[in-house]
Design a protein around this ligand. Sequence first.
Ligand code: DC
Length: 208
Amino acid sequence: MIIAIDGPAASGKGTLARRLATHFGLRHLDTGLTYRAVAAALLAKGLPLGDEAVALDIARNLDLAQMDKTVLSSHEIGEAASRIAVLGGLRSELVRIQRGFAETPPGAVLDGRDIGTVVCPKADVKMFVTASAEARALRRTDEMISKGNAADYASVLDDLKRRDERDSQRTVAPLRKADDAHLLDTTEMDIESAFKAAVDIVERAMHS
Ligand code: DC
């Protein structure tokens, strides 16, 4: 059983993926963390983000169990991850690792940008989770404030739009809804209603 969840930054896909995994007894992989882990290692070494040979080497030695979401969730690492995500060779290596995770029984929920289109094109269920840029910026701002960080709505919105643009315009595996993915627009939903809608989509797909 493989559930593929794609969507733009701050769409809520990560929370949904984690909760779906718990609900259906599956493992969960936030594939954004794999790009973030490679970017963080490059930043830590002071190496240019375009150095694909080093990035590949880091990716080949990546240990999924060691990826720490708290450490990797910084804004700087997210920006760097989006920049290295255009490197085709690096993507192939990370996709290989992500597929290995997905295909290990009993299956998994993966969330990212290209899960339904590239990583798991034969996933049992595909979802494209989205929300307006304004709604996503508001949620991200609230989340930052609740963690005690400073946050400015206008600059968060600006950053999100720039990241959407970079993630959807790149030539390799751009952010795109797979033709057979269910669209889940959470602009007007809270997390509970979004979760119910997502469970519904999975159950309907399982019984069809
Ligand atoms: O979901 P996130 O913010 O953690 O992702 C960070 C960056 O990694 C995102 O801007 C683009 C890239 N990414 C990708 O290209 N493909 C994926 N499957 C997941 C993330």
